[in-house]
Design a protein around this ligand. Structure first.
Ligand SMILES: *[C@@H]1O[C@H](CO)[C@@H](O)[C@H](O)[C@H]1NC(C)=O
Ligand SMILES: *[C@@H]1O[C@H](CO)[C@@H](O)[C@H](O)[C@H]1NC(C)=O
Ligand SMILES: *[C@@H]1O[C@H](CO)[C@@H](O)[C@H](O)[C@H]1NC(C)=O
Ligand SMILES: *[C@@H]1O[C@H](CO)[C@@H](O)[C@H](O)[C@H]1NC(C)=O
Length: 168
């Protein structure tokens, strides 16, 4: 490759880099994992096995409201659309692919893509921010997930999600 081309590529990536902004977000996934209003539902698994969080091969589909605060009644900012799969033979690891799709006036339709494998039984789970669209084009960073509220009886959990990312 010619030195000029290398230089041009370097300058290009420098100018792109200069435009990247850093954003920190704290948002809350409102998850209902059973009952008529479930937002996380097992859709398939290994035939003859239980389709549960701890069972290898179980695929869950998600469409959870995402709010500004811990309370379900706080302002809804987005929805989490995606899937996660129990992908360790011993049931410990879940592989996640979720798009956070914003519905607020300022960010309507913009998305952040969250992806990765994490031990679902640890307190703080970390996943990668691998991309975005709209306001969050070229998003890259990481997201932590921590259960902030859990009521087994009503199958309701609130997950606090902190996102740190660079984007345009
Ligand atoms: C954003 O989050 C990162 C990682 O948790 C932290 O190091 C940084 O101090 C935060 N920045 C602000 C402005 O809160
Ligand atoms: C499910 O949602 C409907 C409509 O919002 C509501 O009337 C009903 O009480 C909910 N059921 C449960 C078990 O939460
Ligand atoms: C977001 O966009 C959809 C159409 O893409 C529209 O129906 C909806 O009203 C918009 N919401 C806001 C808050 O602007
Ligand atoms: C997430 O951010 C909140 C404040 O916005 C903070 O209290 C909490 O400790 C953070 N969680 C993690 C795992 O960094």
């Amino acid at each position: 490759m010619s030195i000029l081309l290398l230089l041009a590529m370097f300058l290009w990536s420098q100018s792109e880099g200069a435009l990247l902004r850093k954003t920190n977000l704290t948002i809350y996934f409102q998850d209902r994992f059973a009952g008529p209003n479930a937002t996380t539902v097992p859709i398939t698994g290994i035939p003859g096995h239980l389709w549960t969080y701890g069972s290898f091969g179980t695929v869950f589909c998600i469409d959870s409201p995402i709010t500004e605060g811990l309370e379900g009644s706080s302002e809804q900012l987005a929805r989490g659309h995606g899937v996660h799969v129990t992908s360790a033979l011993d049931g410990s690891i879940t592989y996640v692919s979720i798009s956070i799709v914003f519905i607020t006036k300022e960010s309507n339709g913009s998305t952040i893509q969250i992806q990765g494998a994490t031990n679902q039984y640890v307190k703080v789970r970390e996943l990668a921010v691998v991309g975005g669209t709209g306001q969050f084009r070229y998003a890259r960073g990481f997201a932590t997930f921590e259960t902030a509220y859990l009521d087994m009886e009503s199958a309701y959990a609130v997950i606090q999600c902190n996102i740190t990312m660079f984007h345009f």
